[in-house]
Design a protein around this ligand. Structure first.
Ligand SMILES: [Zn+2]
Length: 497
């Protein structure tokens, strides 16, 4: 039996408050970290309606809070409210086109409509930004396959309005930096020019910022950096990197409402694009209905669980487990050169047809892990294990199957000791409160562990051993929260919209 560590869901939320914000917000903003934490508690047990109600309260106080929008978008997606979900992710995408979770959310949303080309454009962007992220990779692969598989009538795309934003640092900011470096202007003046940089997205503020501090804490090296930059000794990027570092580490708190002009203009354009985008989604919905479009959902988790429940006995050997392993034949062995060669015949169960993840082929790795090892027999001789697969259950020493039924709180697999049943969970509810398929590597890891029991091994107390009774890192294949676990943990940064 393999037990998962319970995920750390609640985390300390640090509210970022610069002195002047406090008064403007009144009481509302102080409730935000609390609201966010409560909302996420509901979310993690699948109470999405309750969670969304609280996310909406936060978004009323702080409409452009990206973390909240992302959580709301995922909750809406889990409720199959595709349009609302897409619009929520779109809002984040407008503020931060490189937010990977938002890109994935958009791709999943369009995929849920069967608008695969549009889905692919988002998954592609995410893949370019994070090719090593397994969730991103799975969705990108999905889109590549479905685009080729299902032809469809594409909806007309919206016109996207843009605002011309200076991408380089204006000269006056450089002058300001120079004056600040030589103490000709106070900190506040310099900070105002930084506000301009943030407002115009020349510096992007990370949503993971934490800690609070006042201007007094600006380290002296940044003044040097500003001075070098003002005299062209270092390029723009170096200077911006320094400022970004200060903001991300909470050493510099920038109060944003002071520079509003451009932001108003930008907000108007964002609203207009959201409106166009919403009409676009309506057009898609119309075509989907009219064409009776067949849709393959990007996240197959729900289909897999449905197929499992429909054909329960095919995949579940729970009755057999209760009977025990007495009916199973013992593995055969031969003694060659003082080494026992033990041969395990394995019956490998099918996988449900809706499952795009290939777990059967990863069995080879699990087999090899044990085949490469040497064990000791009671008589002091060495033992080597060899696995062969068989199509008949009756002569098999082990039956291997992948299951989705509830194995018990946090339990990821079961196995009889020495021979009998080996069953491994295909997914669980631990990522976002919905059933989610595990990442292939996670299933392989559990399988190797359970196979260890299958050949007679007990648990190890060594945390680095595969036979250690719990698993540190359970990864999911399609769960959007697995793209960036920081979203539902860590601090929440608020700025005035
Ligand atoms: Zn175990």
């Amino acid at each position: 039996m393999l037990v998962r560590y319970s995920l750390v869901v609640s985390a300390t939320l640090v509210l970022l408050l610069s002195t002047s914000i406090g008064d403007t917000y009144g009481e509302g903003i102080r409730d935000v970290p609390n609201l966010y934490e409560k909302a996420n508690e509901h979310f993690m047990i699948g109470e999405y309606h309750e969670a969304i109600e609280l996310y909406d309260k936060i978004l009323e106080i702080s409409p452009s809070n990206a973390k909240t929008s992302l959580m709301k978008g995922i909750a809406l997606d889990n409720l199959e409210r595709h349009k609302a979900s897409i619009l929520e992710f779109y809002k984040v995408n407008q503020q931060d086109p490189k937010n990977i979770t938002a890109l994935i959310g958009l791709g999943v949303g369009f995929g849920n409509y069967g608008e695969y080309k549009q889905a692919l454009t988002y998954f592609e962007q995410a893949y370019e930004l994070a090719p090593e992220n397994h969730v991103v990779e799975n969705y990108y692969e999905f889109a590549l396959n479905t685009v080729k598989k299902y032809p469809y009538n594409e909806a007309e795309k919206p016109e996207i309005f843009t605002l011309n934003i200076p991408q380089t640092v204006p000269a006056w900011i450089k002058n300001t930096a120079g004056w600040w470096a030589t103490d000709k202007i106070p900190d506040e003046e310099f900070v105002k020019s930084l506000q301009f940089l943030i407002e115009n997205e020349i510096i992007s503020v990370e949503s993971s910022s934490k800690a609070e501090s006042s201007l007094g804490a600006i380290p002296s090296w940044i003044k040097n950096t500003a001075g070098w930059w003002a005299t062209d000794k270092i390029p723009d990027e170096e200077f911006l990197k320094g400022i970004n570092f200060l903001i991300d580490n909470g050493l510099l708190v920038i109060d944003l409402p002071e520079v509003q002009g451009l932001s108003e203009e930008k907000k108007k354009i964002n609203d207009r694009n959201q409106w166009e985008f919403s009409r676009y989604l309506d057009r898609i919905q119309k075509i989907v209905d009219k064409d009776k479009r067949y849709i393959e959902y990007p996240n197959p988790s729900n289909d897999v669980i449905k197929k499992f429940l429909r054909d329960y006995v095919k995949w579940n050997y729970d009755q057999q487990i209760e009977v025990g392993n007495q009916g199973f034949p013992n593995p055969e062995y031969v003694l060659i050169d003082d080494v026992y060669h033990l041969e395990y015949k394995i019956f490998v169960n099918d996988q449900p047809p809706a499952l795009p993840l290939d777990h059967v082929s990863t069995l080879t790795n699990s087999f090899k892990m044990w085949e490469d090892m040497e064990f000791n027999a009671n008589d002091g001789k060495k033992v080597k294990i060899n696995f062969v697969t068989t199509n008949t259950k009756t002569n098999a020493n082990l039956w291997v199957t992948w299951v989705v039924r509830d194995l018990g709180e946090g339990v990821l697999g079961h196995a009889n000791l020495g021979k009998g049943i080996v069953e491994v969970a295909l997914g669980g509810y631990g990522c976002d409160g919905n059933f989610q398929l595990f990442h292939v590597n996670t299933v392989e890891y559990i399988m190797t562990h359970e196979l260890g029991h299958g050949i007679g091994l007990r648990h190890s107390e060594d945390p680095n051993s595969i036979m250690y009774p719990s698993m540190k890192n359970t990864q999911y294949a399609y769960c959007m929260l697995d793209v960036d676990k920081k979203i539902n943990t860590g601090s929440i940064v608020l700025k005035k919209d």
